[in-house]
Design a protein around this ligand. Structure first.
Ligand code: PCA
Length: 224
């Protein structure tokens, strides 16, 4: 009887590297669902993918404490091919797959460093806008397919979520983030405990997680 080698039959599968980010609490709230979600997503087992997470400060601009600096550091550390940033929108009734980032900082409230911008570009002389390079329609459909309210959003606003999405897409476009081939942003509704304090729509974290998990499965290809 011939012998087979167990070792030679093990296929070599390239693992896709995904970085997810959440934002720290801001605007007087003590929590931000995007932090909990980013942690939960990175703690799960993903077929064919390694997911790491980073938590970004709600601080704009180019300083060393800014969300942009934290994003760059996390990309340098993890070498992801895909980056998905998450943030919270107190107005959101759905999981919002953002389609567009605009080159504008125009804040309704101050960031966590006390700075409030008006009529500034994210990147001086950068293009007016970038489209998300995530498969947002498929991701939205997968989320909705789990019964979780989801939509394609045409605006991530003009605060930090838009700023980080624009920074990410601009960095991909100009070749600053060598490993990254696609990226985008997802806005999450606030949690019920936040809505209980300040009113507005909300969604439970476990429901958000079900929808986002389904949407992530559309990102992960068998070949990585
Ligand atoms: N939401 C804010 C910034 C941080 C966050 O979670 C926004 O929508 O811009």
């Amino acid at each position: 009887m011939g012998r087979t080698s167990a070792v030679s039959s093990v296929p070599c599968i390239a693992m896709m590297r995904i970085l997810v980010t959440g934002f720290e609490p801001f605007g007087g709230s003590s929590v931000n669902p995007s932090v909990m979600l980013a942690k939960a997503i990175s703690q799960e087992e993903w077929p064919g993918a390694i997911v790491s997470h980073a938590i970004l400060p709600v601080i704009g601009g180019e300083g060393p404490q800014s969300c942009r600096a934290a994003l760059r550091e996390a990309i340098d550390l993890n070498h992801p091919s895909v980056v998905v940033c998450f943030g919270e929108s107190a107005k959101a009734t759905h999981v919002c797959f953002e389609r567009v980032a605009v080159n504008l900082r125009d804040d309704r409230i101050a960031d966590n460093a006390g700075v409030q911008c008006q009529d500034l570009p994210v990147v001086a002389d950068g293009p007016v806008a970038y489209f998300s390079s995530l498969p947002v329609r498929a991701m939205r459909d997968a989320c909705e397919g789990e019964g979780i309210p989801a939509l394609l959003s045409m605006s991530a606003g003009t605060f930090l979520c838009n700023e980080i999405m624009y920074t990410l897409l601009h960095g991909i476009e100009v070749g600053e983030f060598q490993s990254v081939t696609s990226g985008g942003f997802i806005h999450l509704p606030q949690l019920p405990e936040q809505a209980a304090e300040r009113g507005g729509p909300s969604m439970q974290l476990r429901h958000i997680l079900v929808g986002v998990r389904a949407s992530f499965l559309t990102l992960i290809s068998p070949l990585g």
